[in-house]
Every structure is written in C-alpha cells, then in structure tokens.
Design a protein around this ligand. Structure first.
Ligand code: CO
Length: 133
C-alpha cells in the first residue's frame, strides 16, 4: 500500500476568514498553518485533526484554479491529499494504473511538501493530490 495517511481534505471557500471563524466556533479549531501559494493562486488555512488536516482554501486572484472551481461548482470539497513516502514513485504507479496526471513530475507544495496532482477524469471524479512531507 503506497498511501500512508490522508494528508488533507481541501475545501474551496469564497471567504477564508468566514470559514476559519466558522470552524473555530463549531469545532474549537485552531489554525495550525496558514500560507499563500502565489504560484497556485491560493491562500490556505490548515486545521490539524489527528495526523491529517482540513485545508480551507480560497483564491488569491481571478485566474486561480480555485476561483474557476468556485465559479463553476460553488463552495465545497475540492480535492483529497493522500500522503505518500515517495511522490515520484506514487505518481508513476498512478500513471501505470491509467491515471491522468496534471503534474508530469512532482513539484513543491505548501508547508515545504512535494506534491503532484491527478485529474479527476480517470480517478472517478475526485481531484487527487499526492503529498510527500
Ligand atoms: Co492540497
């Protein structure tokens, strides 16, 4: 088994501050990490749950993939990040299994991770992110 943990569940939101406030009020959640990834056009806030995270994600500009997702689909579940020991090996295994990679090779993600995205088409409708810490 290549997967070692659910790294994070990413939820696209219009208003990051409102979503953070809601999670704080509803769950007593604290923000473990916050980051703007300008190259991806996203701002994210991570809430730690055991060894996984809920990643509240908003767009930093109109051309962001998150902005396009919000426009098309509205707020909600955006992708699932699966934690792996070796992102390149996991990506290759997925390609061998018929997956449609968005990233042909692993690239830097937030929190200093190495990541690769897999297209929802060919993965039963779910955008998948492979995350190596
Ligand atoms: Co992610």
């Amino acid at each position: 088994m290549i997967l070692s943990e659910i790294d994070h569940i990413a939820i696209a939101v219009n208003d990051l501050e409102a979503a953070i406030s809601y999670y704080q009020a509803a769950f007593g959640a604290t923000i473990h990490h916050r980051e703007i990834v300008e190259s991806d056009g996203v701002e994210e806030a991570l809430i730690k749950v055991a060894e996984s995270y809920i990643q509240l994600t908003s767009a930093t500009n109109e051309d962001s993939p998150i902005a396009k997702f919000l426009e098309k689909r509205g707020e909600g579940l955006h992708h699932i990040g699966y934690r792996v020991d070796d992102c390149a090996a996991a990506l290759q295994a997925m390609i061998n299994a018929g997956a449609r990679p968005i990233d042909q090779t692993p690239r830097p993600g937030s929190r200093g991770t190495t990541v690769a995205f897999i297209h929802p088409k060919g993965s039963f409708g779910t955008l998948i992110e492979l995350v190596q810490e």
